[in-house]
Design a binder for this molecule. Structure first.
Ligand SMILES: [Zn+2]
Length: 363
């Protein structure tokens, strides 16, 4: 049932970090990274502390303060550089590339048990992996500008990375995401996303899975299937419904623009999609991103957040959450007292109105 995933060319950067090149047509030739980089440490360089009040974990990563900040175009670390002198990609050209982040929040492998355990003060090693995914070698542009075939390759790359990283015993969750736009703190304009392999369950995933199992205990049914069916039935927040994919504004959207994308068939993660489903998902995803940009006539800052689960987990349904902090052509929504202080969102647009605006932007 599952489709075949692309096999990457693998190599190492000057400091030992792994790089993977994915292609569907030619075979990219990886050059030599000639930069003088200090070898990266063997194990984790960060720690994870547990908040004794909430149980939430906080990654403490002081070295990230030094990361590359808005470099000039000729110094872009994501543009191909066959000389191997100025970028993370020592290659003539590439389609989609993945490499380990030079300033990782999580790195290394091994034991995820606490290194400090003094009752209230519990600290874990920052085991895991942070990857950068370069969506295209073109410096200008955006995911929304990719061809459907190229977007499908990115979907397959996410799936490849998900399968490999979820296969690790010290990884609890694989999170593929994209931050787009300076407004939300992106420091490199070159189109790219990231993958975090967490050694723990993130708070949001925990909350979602807890709800799913409560729902099953109460009704005997699957929460995500029920949500999808209800949105299709309701119709008022529906954006797109194709043979294999559905996109809608959720009933309790938190953001001034928010869309959830589900495959119609229940799968746990991107690796379980068939070829047709993956093609269709890539097309719908592109359509939603293009509607985002059409909303105000300027590139919309957004976060794309993929929810995935292990195949053998009791709960979980692959879906993407896409949302923006822009609430009008010239205003941003800031997370202030209620949201940052209490996790209580206040939205000044009804989800139905957001859906109507986005439907208009689709055309
Ligand atoms: Zn670039």
């Amino acid at each position: 049932m599952n489709r075949r995933l692309p096999e990457p060319i693998r190599g190492a950067l000057a400091d030992g970090r792994e790089i993977l090149l994915f292609d569907t047509a030619g075979t990219p030739v990886l050059g030599v990274d000639r930069r003088d980089l200090p070898p990266r440490p063997d194990g984790p360089v960060t720690t994870v502390r547990r908040d004794p009040r909430t149980g939430d974990r906080v990654i403490v990563a002081p070295a990230r303060q030094d990361r590359t900040y808005k470099p000039p175009k000729q110094m872009c670390p994501l543009c191909p550089d066959p000389e191997g002198l100025s970028s993370e990609l020592p290659v003539e050209d590439y389609r989609v590339a993945v490499f380990e982040n030079r300033f990782p929040s999580l790195s290394g492998a091994g034991d995820t048990g606490p290194v400090v355990d003094h009752g209230l003060r519990v600290e874990y090693p920052g085991v895991g992996r942070c990857e950068v995914v370069c969506f295209t070698s073109a410096h200008e542009g955006a995911f929304a500008g990719l061809t459907p075939e190229h977007a499908r390759l990115v979907v397959d790359v996410w799936a490849h990375r998900t399968a490999e990283l979820l296969g690790r015993e010290d990884v609890a969750e694989v999170y593929c995401f994209e931050n787009r736009g300076e407004e939300i703190g992106v420091t490199l304009p070159h189109p790219h996303g990231q993958i975090y392999a967490f050694p723990f369950r993130t708070p949001r995933t925990q909350a979602i899975l807890r709800k799913a199992s409560e729902h099953r205990a109460a009704t005997g049914g699957d929460l995500f299937e029920a949500i999808l069916a209800a949105e299709v039935d309701d119709g008022i927040r529906l954006l797109l419904r194709t043979e294999h994919t559905t996109a809608f504004v959720p009933f309790a959207a938190r953001w001034p623009a928010e869309v959830h994308v589900y495959p119609n068939r229940h799968v746990r993660n991107l690796t379980e999609l068939t070829d047709d489903e993956a093609d269709d998902l890539a097309r719908v995803y592109l359509t939603v991103l293009r509607a985002f940009d059409a909303l105000y006539g300027t590139p919309l800052p957004y976060i794309a957040s993929w929810h995935q689960y292990r195949a053998d987990e009791p709960e979980g349904y692959l879906h993407a959450e896409l949302f923006s902090i822009r609430r009008s052509a010239d205003k941003l929504k800031y997370l202030a007292g209620a949201e940052s202080g209490r996790d209580a969102f206040i939205t000044d647009k009804t989800p139905e109105a957001i859906a109507a605006e986005l439907r208009e932007a689709l055309e």
